[in-house]
Design a binder for this molecule. Structure first.
Ligand SMILES: [Zn+2]
Ligand SMILES: [Zn+2]
Ligand SMILES: [Zn+2]
Length: 155
């Protein structure tokens, strides 16, 4: 893995890092965006759909929030490295490292949906190189592993 100051955030520190990242990109940290990020982060290791998040924001604010507007904000978050899409779960997780870019690797439990996030640049660089040698340009590795998590295996 390339050496850099890899910071993994959670809780308040994650919220601060996300806000800093977004505002550095010239975007505003609006009340609605903050509410969507809070809701997304509250799912922790469980990928959430735009509908799940709209539901959580609606409950928190006591008013109906449309999944469509949540979806647009999630899209912005993914583009700004604040959130990641877990493709095989068709859902989103807050990105614990908004300050640095990685081809994040997700391990998703088939039983409980819990998702473990790992970063292994050596592995993803290998995938990029393999794609390039097969004639793919600008490859974007999506590496997701399905299986049974330690919690479910033990129970
Ligand atoms: Zn990093
Ligand atoms: Zn990552
Ligand atoms: Zn599990």
């Amino acid at each position: 893995m390339t050496r850099h100051d890899h910071q993994v955030h959670e809780g308040e520190s994650l919220k601060d890092a996300a806000r800093d990242r977004l505002t550095k990109q010239g975007e505003q940290w609006t009340e609605m965006r903050a509410a969507v990020f809070d809701a997304l982060a509250s799912f922790e290791n469980r990928p959430a759909s735009a509908y799940d998040i709209a539901e959580a924001v609606s409950n928190a604010q006591g008013r109906r929030v449309a999944a469509n507007s949540v979806y647009r904000i999630l899209d912005l978050f993914v583009g700004a490295n604040l959130a990641r899409r877990v493709e095989s779960a068709n859902a989103y997780v807050a990105n614990a490292h908004p300050d640095c870019l990685h081809d994040c690797i997700f391990l998703i439990c088939d039983q409980c949906g819990q998702t473990v996030h790992i970063d292994d640049d050596q592995l993803s660089t290998g995938v990029r190189q393999a794609a390039k040698s097969a004639g793919f340009s600008a490859p974007r590795p999506v590496i997701e592993v399905r299986g049974t998590c330690g919690d479910c295996e033990g129970s």
